[in-house]
Design a protein around this ligand. Structure first.
Ligand SMILES: [Zn+2]
Length: 357
């Protein structure tokens, strides 16, 4: 009768143990292992169906769970690719901020201008803002014909070797998101009479401002001043309205806040509140948008404003420093020496502080 595999293997170990007493122990071990293996095989053979079911269930479970992993989420559109990229190690706090800010794709959004959010509200709320908030030189001169302001020829200053700058100079005060207006900052609000009423800004910049407008007018460029001084309330209302408007478009509060703070300065951080910033347009181009930089007035200002102490405060390509979009209409008074350096070197006020103060 033919022996089974099991009998042959066990027989082999038994014989081995009998023939040589030194091989007895390995033979017993081999016998035990082989018996155990055969028993295991028998066990699986009997319960094939049961084990097949268990393995199948385990497999389904693993496949189902694997869709929770980022790599599958991305392929299925549950998660944007960009989010995955951001999980790469973030070492510094500043990196975190940048990554968060980049999440919003501003290009794909309609940027809301001040006018957009001002529409449809009762503007009694906007204390301190004139209804017709745009003043051309002719309107100013008309009112001041016999008035206080006469154009003075800009004095030829004696050649100075190297202008010195002081961090305490009121003209150089740095106001941005990181540097809000100091609590003890004070200045005198001056008024320029116009036909429509009075226009306010820091009284110390009025002469230079009007001289600049006069010179532009002599060069055939009709500048118009638009929204000069704004008090904190106005700035806050404008800011909140932008957030509201973005939230109506389905954005979260945080996203709306981030994008609003790029388009309008955060309340408390606007140069308009200290009367040193002026939005300037021209008689024939009144919208505050990038297109202004391509107009005669925009070009004239970019070239000559520094001669009167004004700088283009938010230049193109420096958004990463100012955190404000390019605003070819927003001019800031810093005094002639600083303005000349800033415009000549093509830097921002922030960079000027780094370098000269
Ligand atoms: Zn402005």
């Amino acid at each position: 009768m033919k022996k089974s595999l099991r009998e042959r293997v066990t027989g082999f170990f038994i014989n081995m143990g009998r023939q040589n007493k030194w091989l007895r122990i390995p033979a017993i071990a081999g016998l035990a292992v082989s018996l155990w293996v055969f028993r295991l095989i028998e066990y699986f053979r009997r319960g094939t169906k049961r084990f097949a079911c268990t393995i199948f269930i385990l497999l389904c479970f693993m496949v189902g769970n694997s869709f929770a992993y980022p790599v599958f989420q991305e392929d299925n559109g549950f998660m944007a690719k960009a989010d995955k990229a951001e999980t790469v190690s973030v070492t510094e706090e500043s990196d975190i901020t940048l990554a968060n800010e980049e999440k919003i794709e501003i290009d794909s959004l309609e940027i809301l201008e001040d006018e957009d959010v001002l529409e449809g509200y009762d503007d009694a709320e906007l204390h301190g803002m004139d209804e017709a908030d745009k003043y051309s030189l002719s309107e100013i001169l008309e009112e001041n014909r016999n008035g206080e302001w006469k154009q003075e020829e800009p004095e030829e200053e004696p050649e100075k070797s190297e202008p010195e700058f002081s961090a305490d100079d009121w003209r150089l005060v740095l106001i941005n998101k990181q540097h809000p207006i100091p609590d003890d900052y004070s200045f005198t609000l001056g008024s320029i009479k116009t036909i429509k009423g009075t226009m306010k800004c820091d009284e110390r910049i009025i002469d230079d401002l009007l001289s600049m407008m006069q010179k532009a007018s002599d060069d055939g460029v009709a500048l118009a001043i638009c929204s000069p001084y704004r008090d904190l309330n106005y700035q806050a209302v404008l800011f909140n309205r932008k957030i509201e408007a973005y939230m109506k478009k389905g954005m979260s509060y945080m996203d709306a806040y981030t994008i609003s703070s790029q388009a309008v300065t955060v309340p408390g951080a606007s140069e308009h509140q200290i009367g040193l910033a002026i939005d300037i347009v021209s008689d024939d181009y009144v919208t505050l948008d990038e297109g202004f930089s391509d107009t005669d007035a925009g070009r004239w200002l970019a070239e000559h404003s520094c001669e009167y102490g004004f700088i283009l405060r938010y230049p193109k390509g420096k958004e990463y420093i100012t955190s404000i979009e390019f605003e070819p209409w927003h001019f800031r008074y810093v005094g002639r020496d600083a303005a000349t350096i800033i415009m000549k070197e093509g830097i921002t006020l922030e960079e000027f502080w780094d370098k000269y103060l």
